[in-house]
Design a protein around this ligand. Sequence first.
Ligand code: 5CU
Length: 362
Amino acid sequence: MPTVDIHTHIYPPTFVKLLRSRTTVPYIRTSPDEPHSSRLIILPGEDDPSTPSTARGRPIGPEYYDIAQKIAFMDTHRIDKSVISLANPWLDFLPSEEAGEAARRINDDVERLCAQHEGRLYAFGTLPLSAPVETVVTEIERLVQLKHMRGVIMGTSGLGKGLDDPALDPIYAALEKHNQLIFLHPHYGLPASVYGPRANDYGHVLPLALGFPLETTIAVTRMLLSGVWDRFRKLNVLLAHSGGTLPFLAGRIESCIKHDGHLKREGRIEGRRDVWDVLRTNIYLDAVIYSDVGLKAAIDASGPDRLMFGTDHPFFPPLEEDVKEWHSVTANYGAIAQAFKDDQAAAQDVLGNNAMRILNLR
Ligand code: 5CU
């Protein structure tokens, strides 16, 4: 009975080199005062001049780019297989003319890493979303040929205008045609103004705990409202962080749709697929929510057969030194144990069997 981690990131060496060459977000900075410790600065606003440089971003060590550390982490946490993905902000920031080649290079790097650990690693590929749509579709078609790829990871910006942009249709069509899952992951959070003038006092808590999940929820709701799943009925999307807040808010979203005079006048309420249908047919959820309370909402919304264990490694390492097992991982294991305390078979499905089936792992 395998344990499979489907939410686990890496910045392969070529990507780290790219980040080290940059001076604007996203970048990696090594201060001359601390030559042995580098910081990874990726989130919007994270290098605000009012934040001391030693508090910007997060420390970055080999766990972010060394595949041997990923395997060691898997061994420590009894994870048999991982489906690795490039971490945010993927290639969103690259100039259009560079993105296609960068995606090919990084996807080939990741494919090689998986081949070095046959049977233990699979991957979600990365798309060159700032490139012309044809370049993106070509990369999707190339990814299908790579042995270890099992779909693509994407942020919420799409081609720059969000995931409800009709210009994405050829990309959705290619993903649907080749049965490639989108792993949808947040990065941009909410506008900084909502965090208030004292946001810097609160570290990363507001953007990560709330900005990320709400970003995902809004992105998926926009896809729903624009009819993406009416046009692409077999398009499958795996939502990070147990769907943000989608399982909890699905009823409210449906109610707002049914009470919207504008949608009614335009005839867009009847005949569409509702959020519950999409949650149970097109959406998969990870189990990265750290508590059985959120997990139960995910189970109720999509069903235990659509939920898959994840860790978010290498993010959220323990702050204490000499801790062997990460709190963030034991919290996710604990949430599954608690939510399925009367159903061991369903717990095992979430821990690994679902991923084996849904992602066709061997
Ligand atoms: O700690 C963070 O900033 C992050 C991040 O950027 N991406 C992610 O997947 N988890 C945590």
